[in-house]
Design a protein. Structure first.
Length: 120
C-alpha cells in the first residue's frame, strides 16, 4: 500500500509540474536566480518553495529551511534525495556535484514543487 501511495504522490506531482504554466498563479515562468554559498537558505513556506527555478554551478550546496508552520519535505521527483520530514525551523542541505535538472516537491503537499538546474 505504501508503494501505491508514493507512486500516486509522484504521479500527481509530475502532472502538476507538467501543467504548471496553466495553473493559477503560474502563468509566467519565474526568472531563474543564482545562488552562491554565501546566500541565505531557500525558505519553505506552507504553500510554496522560495524559488521555483534556481540555477547553480556544479558543486553548489543548497540549503532549505522550513519557515512554515507545517511539516514539509524536499524530495527529488526521481528519489535521488529526500530530506525526510522537516518540522518548522528545521533545514536540509544537498550538494549538487553533477550537472542536470533536479525537480523536487513536498511529499505532504505535492502541489509544492520547484526545479534546480545545475550546470555552467
Amino acid at each position: 500500500m505504501k508503494r501505491i501511495t508514493l507512486l500516486a504522490v509522484l504521479t500527481a506531482a509530475f502532472l502538476m509540474a507538467a501543467s504548471a504554466p496553466v495553473m493559477a498563479g503560474h502563468n509566467e515562468a519565474p526568472a531563474p536566480v543564482s545562488l552562491t554559498a554565501k546566500d541565505k537558505p531557500l525558505a519553505i513556506y506552507d504553500d510554496r518553495f522560495d524559488s521555483q527555478t534556481l540555477r547553480v554551478p556544479v558543486g553548489t550546496t543548497v540549503k532549505w529551511l522550513n519557515r512554515g508552520t507545517q511539516i514539509h519535505t524536499v524530495t527529488s521527483m526521481e528519489l535521488l534525495f529526500d530530506s525526510g520530514d522537516l518540522l518548522p525551523g528545521r533545514g536540509f542541505t544537498m550538494t549538487f556535484n553533477e550537472a542536470g535538472t533536479y525537480q523536487y516537491f513536498c511529499r505532504h503537499h505535492p502541489e509544492m514543487w520547484a526545479v534546480i538546474i545545475v550546470g555552467p
